[in-house]
Design a protein around this ligand. Structure first.
Ligand code: PT1
Length: 274
């Protein structure tokens, strides 16, 4: 599709999980100090922003209460603000109350895998006046990988995201504050994920900036026959690179230094002038 170029200002969002069942850190960050340290290391490694989440959304994960999520996430956001006042902090939550308290604590981006569909979430986002990410998922994390079915996955994801973006615009969210995300791994088979990635430009063509999260996900494990998530780094960088070429504006990744290397090399080649 013409007109969609690699974004020379593509941002790297580093993942900071504050969950006991996190697949990438084994819960070692439940102590807020460890999570804060991890966030600072990601920023030093070249992250443009960090995404702090207290509710795991990977396949099989169960929901947590508002109180639990607040206890996990808010001390970490406060600690990052104190140590790195200029850092851009994203809160990865679907709950209106967590969004509200997180923004008051200093979060400047709302990343919602539920696309602001929870009660009160859209209104909190409007009043917060910060960028939001609207992600597609089918089902809930606990059961979403039980035989997901689509007639036309690319079209269904596109029309869902367009519909949610329309809702946000009607509620008063600025168009430049709306990021869309196909939700790789959220109620999708390997084939569904690959079709969405191949068709990423068609989602970008809706006219909103794009956020993409592929890092260490099961579809990469399936391609590589690699069951261990932390051994999928090169595959993850390759998938992120594909995202960059196809118009992604924010890449959500665990391996910030490795992804930054890839983006620097791609950008240098892309900027060459004869
Ligand atoms: C994502 C994302 C996210 N992913 C946004 N936020 C997760 N905007 C959390 C697997 O298949 O892609 N976009 N927040 C992590 N969720 C998953 C889902 C982790 C699937 C792993 C898998 O392995």
């Amino acid at each position: 599709m013409p007109g969609i170029q690699p974004n020379p200002n593509c941002k790297i969002m580093g993942v900071v999980n504050v969950t006991p069942d996190s697949f990438s850190d084994g819960g070692q960050f439940l102590d807020p100090h460890n999570a804060i340290e991890h966030a600072l290391r990601l920023l030093e490694a070249g992250a443009d922003m960090v995404d702090v989440g207290g509710e795991s959304t990977r396949p099989g994960a169960s929901a947590v209460s508002v109180e639990e999520e607040l206890q996990r996430v808010i001390p970490v956001i406060e600690g990052i603000v104190q140590a790195a006042p200029d850092a851009l902090i994203s809160v990865d939550t679907s709950k209106a109350e967590v969004m509200q308290v997180a923004v008051e604590a200093g979060a400047g981006f709302i990343n919602d895998v539920n696309a602001l569909q929870a009660t009160g979430a859209l209104q909190v986002a409007v009043e917060a006046d910060v960028p939001v990410c609207l992600m597609h998922k089918k089902g809930t994390p606990e059961t979403m990988q039980n035989n997901p079915q689509y007639k036309d996955v690319l079209h269904e994801v596109q029309s869902f995201l367009q519909d949610r973006a329309d809702n946000c615009l009607a509620a008063g969210i600025k168009p430049e504050h709306i990021y869309l995300d196909p939700g790789i791994g959220f109620g999708k088979s390997l084939q569904h994920n690959l079709i969405l990635l191949k068709g990423l430009r068609e989602i970008r063509a809706l006219g909103f900036p794009l956020l993409l999260g592929v890092s260490r996900k099961a579809f990469i494990g399936a391609i590589l026959d690699q069951p261990e998530a932390d051994k999928r780094v090169s595959g993850s960088v390759a998938a992120a690179t594909w995202g960059w070429f196809n118009g992604a504006d924010i890449l959500r990744v665990h391996d910030v230094a490795e992804t930054r290397q890839a983006l620097k090399v791609l950008t240098a080649i892309n900027q060459a002038q004869a």
